[in-house]
Every structure is written in structure tokens, then in C-alpha cells.
Write a protein that binds this ligand. Sequence first.
Ligand SMILES: Cc1ncc(COP(=O)(O)O)c(C=O)c1O
Length: 456
Amino acid sequence: MPTNWTTYRELLLPAPNGRRAVESELRRAVRDGRLAPGTRLPSSRDLAAQLGVARGTVTSAYAQLIGEGYLTARHGSGTTVTAAVTWPATSTAGPEPAPRFRYDLRPGVPALSAFPREEWLQAQKSALADLSTDDLGYPDPAGFGPLRRELADYLGRVRAVAARPSEVVITNGAAEGISLLGRVLHAAGHRSVAVEEPSHFGGAEMLTSHGLTICPIPVDDRGLRVDVLSTTDCRAVVVTAAHQFPLGVVLHPTRRRALLDWARACDGLIVEDDYDAEHRYDRPALGAMQALDPTHVAYQGSTSKVLAPALRLGWLVLPPALRDVVVDRKRLDDLGTGTLHQAAFARLLSTGGYDRHLRRTRQLYRARRDALLDELRNVLPDWEPIGVAAGLHVVLRLPEGTDDVALQDRLARRGVNALALAGYARTPTFPGLVIGYAALTPDRLREAVRELRAAV
Ligand SMILES: Cc1ncc(COP(=O)(O)O)c(C=O)c1O
């Protein structure tokens, strides 16, 4: 009997009753060390009696595990756990469970409860019914043709992007897009890439992991300081022109022109991360910069802020000089993004389901943003919301001298997840909180604001 276990029945909980269940519980017990190497197992008759299963169930489970190398059978000494089965201690340690907050105000997450499950199911069903047998083979690494056509049309219509289907590349989220671009730029001789300061650290981390150095360029109330960019050696920059992340400002028209002039002068690349531009509440968003110079702008988008990050569906619209090399990189990485999700998304676009969902969520988020800002005006009038009425988050500028990191910690202890602006900046800016409002109802947001008040 293995130490610490009184019966095999207890050891193999939940009590297995079929061959597969006995087999997989025994396998698991060997893997996680409950059955140590060298342990002698009971006879099949004995174990069958303990587990209350037929003897044949145990003999065939033993036979299977002997065949797989987990157990060894020796004449005269019964069945033992094979000594050579060793599992690294870390392999069973999963990631730390994320703490649960009463009010989760993290930015960047849409209302996941508003995901259009029914429409997505319909889109999946009808798309699958229409796929040919050949479509179930390896995909085109550039993306599913009908989706690239739908996206070229949608992006032209909604974001004024100048895209032919052949210039659209489907990626696993915007994250893969930036990763592919980082590697292609590195291979082409780039050693540094400029990013906005403050900005989302995720993209910069990916670029760094591909050997690129990050040049942080400050952002003011007109967006990226192109004059500062021009003093660096960088020939590539990632910019959130329509709605700067996290500050929420829009790249001013004079800065757009200056940025395009910079790209032309150094034959550089602007990566336009258009991550949440469909959500503008006060007026239609400015069209994408990409159309002003498609040879110097790589446009990047994603379903993460509109539908759900779980889909991992994103896209690039690439300058002709980059298109083939990026597609080749993707082919060598993963042979292309899965066709079934792409086909369902193409169907959602072609049937107007995506536009309908956007109309619904725009209303929802606008009401949530208004409720949040109303309550803040009443309860914390010296916390100044900055940026335009857009997206899924707002930055609150806190009174000078506030320690936003200490405030974040205090709030976390009260069950409120509200992130300090300092977490997005390499150099100190002003004290602030980055508040995501899309996932909470107006009532919950009002309650959360009262928690914010109580924490100061
Ligand atoms: C600035 C920015 N760009 C892009 C993305 C989207 O990334 P993905 O499509 O990989 O989910 C995010 C998501 O957090 C983001 O914050």
C-alpha cells in the first residue's frame, strides 16, 4: 500500500468504474507521484475487489499501462510502478489563479456577457455548412479568402482603410501581428522600434523578445511627439492614433502629417494599432491613417475589443513590400490561422451581425461611461477624466502628489481592481488610474466609484 493512502479506492478518487477510468486514474497517480516508482500494485483480483469493478477491468488497465511503460510486470513479483517514469516537479504546478475582485476595472476587456452567442453559433453553423471539403485542408497562411474580402470591405467602409483582400493577413490576435512585424523588421536590419510613452507594455515586450530595443516617445494632449521621434535612430513606430492607449487622446491632424513625413523621409514604417477605434461615442472616429500612405503604414486590428479576446482573431493590412515576407514568416510559424473561426467571422461580417453587435455595444458602453463619469463628478470632482469619449476605458488624472501605485494597492485590498497609470509608463507622468468600464453595469460602476471614494 502506498504511504499516506488507506485504500486504493481513496487513492484513485473519484472512484473509477470502467477500464478507461481505472487506467487514467492509475496513470495520473503515477504521474503526480501518488504512486512512487517501485510501488508494488495489488493483484488484479485484489484491486478489482477494492474498487468494486470486474477483475477484467483491472487486468486490461494494467496491460495498457504496462504497454505504455508506466507499469512493469515481472513473473513472481507482480506489477510495479516503473522506476523510469519521472515527471519534473514543476509540470503539475498550474498558473496562480487570478485574484477575484468585487469590482474589476481592468482596461481593455469588452462586456464578455454581451458576446453575441446566438449569432456566433448561427454564423459557425452556416459557415461550416458552406465550407468545401478542400477548405478543411491546410489554410492559406495569409488567411481565409472570404474573410480577407469581407474585412477589406468592412475596414474600407468603417475605418476608411485602403485595402485590397490580397493585402489583408489574418493573425491570431493583434498580438501575433506585432510579433510577426517585429521579427520581419529585425530580419530587415531594424534594431529599435519606437513606442508611445505611456503605452501597453505587452506589445513592447514582444518586440524586445525578438531582439529589438524599445525607444519610448512621449505623448502629450496632441498624441505622439513626432519631433522627439525624429531625433532617434528608429525607423519604425507603433502608434494608437485613433485613441491613444492608455491616455485616450487622438493624434492631432498636424501630428499625423508630421508622422507620415517622418516615415517618408527615413523610409520607415508606422504600425497603426487601431485596437478600439470602432467605439467612439461623441462623433465618428477619424479614419485610419493607413489610407494616407499605404506604403508606409501597416494597419493592425483585432476582434478582441469588439467580440472577445478568446477568439484570438486579428488582422494586418500590409504595405506591398512587407506582405509576402510576413505571410512567409507566418507560414513557417504555424501554417496559418484555423479556418473554422475565420469562416464564422466572415459570415458574421457578411450578414451584418458584426455591425449590429457594434451598434448594441456602442450604446451599452456609452451609457456605462456616462454613469461612471457622472458619479465621479459628484463624488470625486477633482479626479479629472482625460481623453476623448471613446473606447472601453478612461484615464483619471489624480490630484498632484497622489501616489497612484499605493492607491492601486489600497483599492485591491478593498476588492477593487483599478490600475495605476504608473504601470504603463517607464518614466513618471502624472498620477492617474486607468479605469475600464465596459464590463460593469451602470449601477456596479456607481458602487465602484463609491469604493474609490472610500479608499482615498
Ligand atoms: C493597445 C492594444 N492593442 C492591441 C490589443 C489587442 O490584442 P489582441 O488582439 O492580441 O488581443 C490590445 C489588447 O489588450 C491593446 O491594449
